[in-house]
Structures are given as structure tokens and as C-alpha cells.
Design a protein around this ligand. Sequence first.
Ligand code: XMP
Ligand code: MG
Length: 180
Amino acid sequence: MNNDIERVLYSREDIHQVAQKLGQELTAEYADKNPLIICVLKGAVLFTTDIIREMDVYADLDFINLSSYGNETISSGEVQLTKDLDDDVEGRDVLVIEDIIDTGRTLKFMVDLLKRRNVKSVKVCTLLDKPAGRLVDIKADYIGFEVPNEFVVGYGLDYAERYRNLPYVGILKPAIYEHK
Ligand code: XMP
Ligand code: MG
């Protein structure tokens, strides 16, 4: 699996450090708010477990799954809700944790959904931001790293459901998706 990676962008240690820094900021932000933390499946699972352990606040945790990618490296453009939240979000201070914001479509879909359900506030924390991919005008409030306009995998992010368990974020060798 490691042989399929062209270049490591962020090591486990880099990610741990950024999670500590963001966790401190989020602790200050949510100290008195009892937030509902929403982990966006499946990609944000690893980062969520890092972030929440750095937050010294009372918080609830829920999961949502949206899909737009299929098994391709280019977004299909259509976002679908494939697993809804269990909790009622009305009146809650919500913190969404994402793996990557690329076109921004997934995040826009989710933020609109949460607003329709009358959340009190919604903020977004993402491990990775790929500003060069943006097609929809939306920003995260907390960002781990800005990535170049390449398809990245690892630390939760997949290509065709593989590589999620790599303990770092890296660029996949193009040969992997060109010669399928
Ligand atoms: P959008 O384009 O809606 O994308 O902002 C958000 C979701 O698409 C997936 N995504 C990626 N997954 N490497 C991946 O493994 C990438 O470079 C990449 N870009 C987007 C991801 O699931 C994200 O939540
Ligand atoms: Mg995702």
C-alpha cells in the first residue's frame, strides 16, 4: 500500500501537532456551548478522533454520510445524503469536522441542510483545504493544511475505498488511477 504513494505531504506527527493547535482554539470557542460535533463519514473519522481528544469541553458526537465521488478522482457534482444524523440539531451549536474541502459542494449541501434544520450556529473544521478546486463559494472556519491541486489519500481519505488507513496524507501515484 505504501508503495502506491508518490510523496508524503503530512506525517502523523504533523497532523497530531495541527490537531493540538486546533483543539486549543476549539476549546476556547466552545467552552460554554455544549456543541454537537458532526463527523462527516468516512473520511473525517481519523481526524475527528484526534480533534475531539484535544477539546476540553462537554460535547455530543454524531455522524453523517454524504457522497458525491463514487470511485473516481473527479467529483460527480451531485451530493447525496446517504446516512442522516441521529440527533436533533435544532438550536444547537454545531461543529462539522471534514477531511477535505475541494469543490465545496459537499460542505455547501451540509451547511444548507443544517441551517434548514434551524441550528443556532455552524462552524467547520477541516483537516485539508484545496482552494484551487473550489467551485462553490464556501470556507472552513478552522483549517489544518492547505493542499495543492492533486488527488490526496490517507488519514481517512480514500481512492476507491482504499488507503484510508495510511497514517499520513500523501499524493497517490497517477499510475494507480490511470491504468485501472
Ligand atoms: P467537495 O468537492 O464536495 O469534496 O468539496 C468533498 C469530498 O470529496 C472527497 N474528496 C477527496 N477525497 N482525495 C480524496 O481522497 C481528494 O483529493 C479529495 N478531494 C475531495 C472527500 O470525501 C471530501 O469530503
Ligand atoms: Mg468526505
